[in-house]
Design a protein around this ligand. Structure first.
Ligand code: AMP
Ligand code: MG
Length: 431
């Protein structure tokens, strides 16, 4: 019986008989394991899985782009200052430039210096230059009396109130020439872009955003914008993954959807791997009759590095590689997809960007206690943070996107721990 009847362009599924034939073949002729015997795959800890992923070798490719195109990208090389900042001694105030220690009762104004115009005359005792903020200090002068402390009349200036400040920004006081101002691996946000612009840097060497392919499996899925048929659901994982990938500064690549069918899934995984730097396959990794992805990955030439993590949600997550391309297979439940991406995939994407990624952590007080009956797996719980207090969100299983949409952070509960009392201080991972 073909359950992919409504799957649009999806290719025809296999019959149960055909599938059994495939499974037998896999078990008989290949060291690869079929989805039927997934439960035999060793269960590894969150930390082991993170270690295996961290050991996957990556290449960072770079490209030079105009400064504003570099927004949210990661610097591929250290940036150094081509000149000192400020490049010359300049006034920090609108006022009058004089010689420090010159206490003349009245000062002759020798010229007016605007920002952007070099001074033409030097200043001696009993003299001053009227000067604007940012203008170059004239030779001789080494301090500025701000305008508010003076009176100007008939081409002269008198100081009528004490100005204790020197009001001069000295050459090189912010940045020395040749100084390293930003290090390779820095994410370029507005402040970093401003700094580079101030140094006259118009083009920047950045990590080329890696192409992260998303292949969705699931014959029940339709895309938003299309009416739902009976028993169908919307494909939210493609959208959540694409958004998370975009947040990382990488480029999501839509690789379409595959029916829950071994042969076409294997062929698609193989061809998709040529179109991206890292591939994420959504759905089809669990123990169901139509979960073919781990077998399909192996048929596509992917070497499997792990096939099960002792984590909740997301236990059936698989990870492997073909050449220098990493492949993740994620369980289709939307919360699993989101959490597994944040915990396991984002760090690898950040490495592809050359970014020294550390998840942003916060210490919070748990508003109400947490208890679980089974503690064999580590868990990541969505939390809402309000005024420094954290509440574990009520969460009806890994399809519950509504709870996730309220979450500000994830709480990690290690395997073996079954409760956390109210009022405890916990470290959480900010989303
Ligand atoms: P699977 O891992 O393929 O067995 O799917 C587990 C659950 O997640 C099922 O209820 C699927 O309908 C659902 N699911 C799978 N893929 C998606 C997706 N792309 N978007 C939303 N839900 C999905
Ligand atoms: Mg599925």
């Amino acid at each position: 019986m073909n359950r992919e009847g409504r799957a649009g362009n999806d290719s025809a599924s296999q019959t149960g008989k055909e599938k059994n034939k495939w499974q037998k073949r896999i078990i008989q002729y290949s060291p690869a394991k079929g989805s039927r015997i997934m439960s035999e795959a060793p269960l590894i800890s969150v930390e082991e899985a993170q270690k295996i992923i961290a050991a996957f070798p990556v290449n960072v490719n770079s490209e030079t782009v105009p400064l504003l195109t570099a927004q949210n990208r990661v610097l591929a090389r250290d940036s150094t200052a081509p000149f000192a900042v400020p490049e010359f001694d300049k006034s920090a105030m609108d006022g009058y430039a004089i010689i420090s220690g010159d206490r003349s009762p009245v000062y002759e104004i020798v010229e007016t210096i605007a920002a952007g115009t070099p001074p033409r005359r030097s200043v001696g005792r009993g003299q001053c230059a009227k000067i604007m903020t940012g203008a170059m200090l004239p030779p001789g002068a080494d301090r500025v009396v701000k305008r508010e402390c003076t009176i100007e009349e008939n081409g002269s200036m008198r100081i009528v109130a004490e100005d204790r400040n020197r009001n001069v920004r000295v050459k090189g006081e912010d940045i020395q020439v040749g100084q390293r101002v930003l290090t390779k691996g820095t994410r370029l946000r507005a402040a970093q872009i401003a700094l580079l612009a101030s140094l006259g840097i118009a083009d920047v060497a950045t990590a080329k955003p890696p192409r992260i392919g998303i292949l969705t499996t699931g014959s029940e899925l339709v895309d938003p914008g299309t009416p739902l048929g009976p028993a169908q659901i919307y494909n939210s994982n493609y959208y959540s993954l694409a958004a998370q990938i975009g947040d990382c500064g990488a480029a999501p690549v839509a690789l379409g959807r595959s029916a829950d069918d071994l042969k076409p899934t294997a062929a698609l995984i193989s061809s998709c791997l040529t179109r991206c730097d890292l591939l994420i396959v959504s759905g089809g990794v669990s123990a169901g009759d139509f979960d073919f992805v781990p077998t399909a990955m192996q048929q596509a030439g992917v070497t499997m590095h792990f096939q099960k993590i002792a984590v909740q949600p997301g236990m059936p997550t698989v990870f492997g590689g073909r050449g220098d391309k990493a492949v993740f297979g994620l369980p289709g439940n939307p919360v699993s997809t989101f959490v597994i991406f944040a915990v396991f995939i984002q760090p690898l994407i950040m490495r592809l960007l050359g970014h020294d990624f550390r998840p942003r952590m916060a210490k919070v007080t748990l508003g109400s206690g947490y208890r679980r009956s089974q503690a064999a797996r580590s868990a990541f719980l969505p939390l809402r943070l309000r005024d420094g207090r954290a509440e574990v969100l009520v969460y009806h299983g890994s399809a519950h996107l509504h709870a996730l949409s309220q979450a500000d952070a994830l709480l990690y509960v290690p395997a073996g721990q079954s409760e956390i009392s109210s009022g405890s201080t916990v470290d959480v991972r900010c989303l």
